[in-house]
Design a protein around this ligand. Structure first.
Ligand code: UT7
Length: 332
């Protein structure tokens, strides 16, 4: 909680998804799987995939432009760009610097942040801190993911899960007692080996786990991550509500990271909440890592699921392993 004379909240939202749709039936032709298996075990029917030659940052640029426009700001009024990603097109320049150039936000600082699927809430928290100290006024957080580029398309354990996409928000001053009320961040690096994406180094263990010649691909122990995710999603929601001194009864909507409908379902049961209180679009987009929460948030907002004054909980979990939750009192 802060003692500012204003709140810090979302001034504008935007998202971008590739046009190309990859269905479960398409995947049936690529690996030994079936539409029935994927739907039953994950809830996913299709995902959006970038063309091979198209870099992921184009999605970030589109989402960022829409969010700035929605906030009624000009790109020059953005003070800082934080891009959350686990698969940057380049390590240098950072994706945030590429986006800064493309949207002509010439007065902004820019850096990338990697907290995997929890990245968006880590980004929100970082932005909130910069604004609450008065260091910056308007901060753009872009969650930009091109996971199709780092997935092993011959590994049926992972390739059925992921998709590409981007979501962006502009954060700034809003009415007092609205906006981000509080957040909770966590990490446990001792479980990091359950999801790995090598980049500049490949250990013997990394080589052994991967199927084919291209070893610079995502590998995941799905069962271990699944168990972790169900528990941590429920705990992270409870923690942030405890911090804010409110209960689940006071919450209108929970927007979780969209990894698997069974994780969302399992955590909802653990918390004793009705599934109707939880937003999901995993069937359409699969797991788009840090972009899944802002894409779902914009969709929920545009479809009328959120009204001014609603208490919304965002909750993410993933590689690192990391987790994060936020309570947002909707200010629009
Ligand atoms: O965003 C980061 C966080 N990531 C996650 O949250 C993902 C967490 N994990 C999961 O969502 C699930 O563990 C998976 C969807 C990855 C796997 O579901 P599961 O119910 O845990 O299946 P499983 O790994 O226990 O596999 C069951 C069986 C295995 O066959 P056997 O050994 O029982 O004969 C797998 O080989 O299903 C087989 N299998 C498949 N069959 C058809 C695994 N992948 C596939 C597939 N199609 N795509």
């Amino acid at each position: 909680m802060n003692s500012l004379t204003h709140g810090i909240g979302i001034l504008g939202l935007g998202s971008a998804l590739p046009e190309k749709v990859l269905t479960n039936f398409d995947l049936e032709k690529m690996v030994d799987t079936s539409d029935e298996w994927i739907i039953k075990r994950t809830g996913i029917s299709e995902r959006r995939i970038l063309e091979r030659e198209t870099p992921a940052y184009v999605l970030g640029v589109e989402a960022a432009k829409k969010a700035i426009d929605d906030a009624g700001l000009k790109p020059e009024e953005i003070d800082l760009i934080i891009v959350t990603t686990s698969c940057p097109d380049y390590l240098s320049p950072s994706i945030s610097c590429i986006i800064q150039k493309e949207i002509k936000a010439k007065n902004s600082a820019a850096f990338d942040l990697n907290a995997a699927c929890s990245g968006f809430i880590y980004g929100l928290t970082t932005a909130q801190q910069f604004i609450s100290t008065g260091y910056y006024k308007n901060v753009l957080v872009v969650a930009c993911e091109g996971l199709s580029k780092i997935v092993d398309w011959e590994d049926r354990n992972t390739c059925i899960l992921f998709g590409d996409g981007a979501g962006a928000v502009v954060l700034g001053a809003v009415e007092k007692e609205y906006g981000i009320i509080d957040t909770e961040l966590g990490a446990d690096g001792s479980m990091g080996h359950f999801i790995t994406i090598p980049c500049c180094h490949l250990s013997n263990e990394d080589k052994e786990k991967r199927l084919h010649e291209n070893k610079m691909v995502l590998w995941m122990d799905g069962t271990e991550v699944f168990k972790f995710a169900v528990n941590i999603m429920a705990q992270a929601v409870e923690k942030v509500l405890e911090k804010c001194n409110i209960t689940l009864d006071d919450v209108q909507l929970i927007i979780p990271h969209q990894a698997n409908i069974r994780i969302i379902d399992g955590a909802s049961k653990k918390m004793g909440i009705l599934f109707e209180k939880v937003y999901s679009n995993v069937h359409k987009y699969g797991n788009i890592s840090s972009a899944s929460i802002p894409v779902a948030l914009e969709e929920a907002w545009k479809s009328g699921r959120i009204s001014k004054g609603d208490n919304i909980v965002l909750v993410g979990f993933g590689g690192g392993l990391t987790w994060a939750s936020a309570l947002v009192k909707w200010n629009r």
